[in-house]
Ligand binder design. Structure first.
Ligand code: COD
Ligand code: ZN
Ligand code: ZN
Length: 362
């Protein structure tokens, strides 16, 4: 993989007014941004329809730098990698958070008005998830910005832009983990550990962490995992190991890696009739999954979870307020803090498995 190059990018900060388009844009100065596994997927070319060159980054916190007509949002803010327009049928439906006016349905590499606001040496650079937080100055639609507490420490609460909210919400909102239940979490990166935090908060009695890197186990146990296992220590497939351990499989399983083999294993690991499997990781570009349909026929539930099921603009500020009230503490996920120009070191730490979350400061 080529190293990330640090270049001076020019950002067009003035809102561009497109006749008939009711979507104001806001320029944000990013103060801190985390490196998430998804940014690494961008560098590896794992996403469909991604246009390069692109500025990744989606776990940031910043301050409002300038505002457009009709925008009342003021600083400080968290950019939302899943916007919430508040008006579409998904936004009006209490059971989903996948807003229809987002990059899920149109290019994520251009702003909704089909422009790019970044150039480098005269060449157009693309946006990522409409927020591109690996840029000190960035532009995003109003629907992709959440106003947060004035006193929130931006070098910590940037984690609410993705990792913590995604994992915690997968347990609390999507799975709706019940007290006394059993859970298995495949993948103990920043997002998987946030699932562990959510399962513990929900009162699960057994929380099994699964990872091929046993260095992740200490932190997983500190956060509430009751057992940790490495699939490479067993001759049998991990789903058979889990079913044997639990009698009939776990009540809830979570795939937080983004691999089809572990997605199928997570499904087979949950209870044959009452088990729920939640897919948090995104499958690789163009992948297909094959599984025995009997796994679902007997009653298992298989669900996806994007940004923890949160309606982001409404919920992220509340999560940050909960953090300020010390209701939960994702700070423990931050293993490294580096100046932004050491971004390549941050990715090396991720690849070597030494970091959970590296926060980059501008
Ligand atoms: N078996 C068990 N564990 C494994 C295996 C395996 N075969 N392969 C890798 N792992 C472990 C790694 O050792 C690591 O500990 C963990 O899985 C992955 O962690 P990270 O640190 O690389 O990644 P996270 O936690 O930052 O992100 C994980 C996601 C699954 C969320 C991410 O990779 C992803 O798929 N994102 C896309 C989904 C999405 O859009 N989510 C919301 C925005 S990120
Ligand atoms: Zn919407
Ligand atoms: Zn992420």
């Amino acid at each position: 993989m080529a190293p990330v190059s640090i270049v001076n990018v020019t950002v067009l900060q003035k809102p561009v007014s497109i006749p008939g388009l009711m979507c104001p844009f806001i320029s944000i100065q990013i103060v801190a941004t985390g490196i998430c596994g998804t940014d690494d997927h961008v560098l590896k070319g794992s996403f469909p329809n991604m246009d390069y060159p692109v500025i990744p980054g989606h776990e940031g916190a910043g301050i409002v730098e300038s505002i457009g007509e009709g925008v009342t949002c003021v600083k400080p803010v968290i950019p939302l990698c899943l916007p919430q327009c508040g008006e579409c049928s998904s936004c009006l439906n209490p059971d989903t958070n996948c807003c229809l006016k987002t990059h899920l349905y149109e290019s994520q590499n251009l702003m909704p008005d089909k422009t790019s606001r970044f150039t480098c040496k005269g060449k157009q650079i693309h946006h990522f998830l409409w927020i591109s937080t690996f840029s000190e100055y960035t532009v995003m639609p109003d629907s992709a910005i959440a106003r947060i507490d004035d006193d929130a420490p931006l070098d910590k609460v940037c984690l609410f832009g993705c990792g913590f909210s995604t994992g915690y919400g997968a347990a609390i909102n999507t799975a709706k983990v019940k007290p006394g239940s059993t859970c298995a979490i495949f993948g103990l990166g920043g997002v998987g550990l946030s699932v562990v935090i959510g399962c513990k908060a929900a009162g699960a009695s057994r929380i099994i962490g699964i990872d091929i890197n046993k260095d992740k186990f200490t932190k997983a146990r500190d956060l509430g995992a009751t057992e940790c296992i490495n699939p490479q220590d067993f001759k049998k497939p991990i789903q058979e190991v889990l079913v044997e351990m639990m009698g009939h499989g776990v009540d809830y399983s979570f795939e937080v890696i983004g691999r089809v083999d572990t997605m199928a294993a997570a499904l087979a690991s949950c209870h044959l009739s009452s088990g729920t499997c939640v897919m948090v990781g995104a499958p690789p570009l163009g992948s297909q999954i094959s599984f025995d349909p009997m796994l679902l026929f007997t009653g298992r539930t298989w669900k996806g979870s994007f940004i923890g099921g949160w309606k982001t603009k409404d919920s992220i500020p509340k999560l940050v307020s909960g953090y300020m009230e010390k209701k939960f503490n994702p700070d423990v996920l931050i293993t490294h803090t580096l100046p932004f120009d050491k971004i390549n070191e941050g990715f090396e730490l991720l690849h070597s498995g030494k970091s959970i979350r590296t926060i980059l400061l501008y």
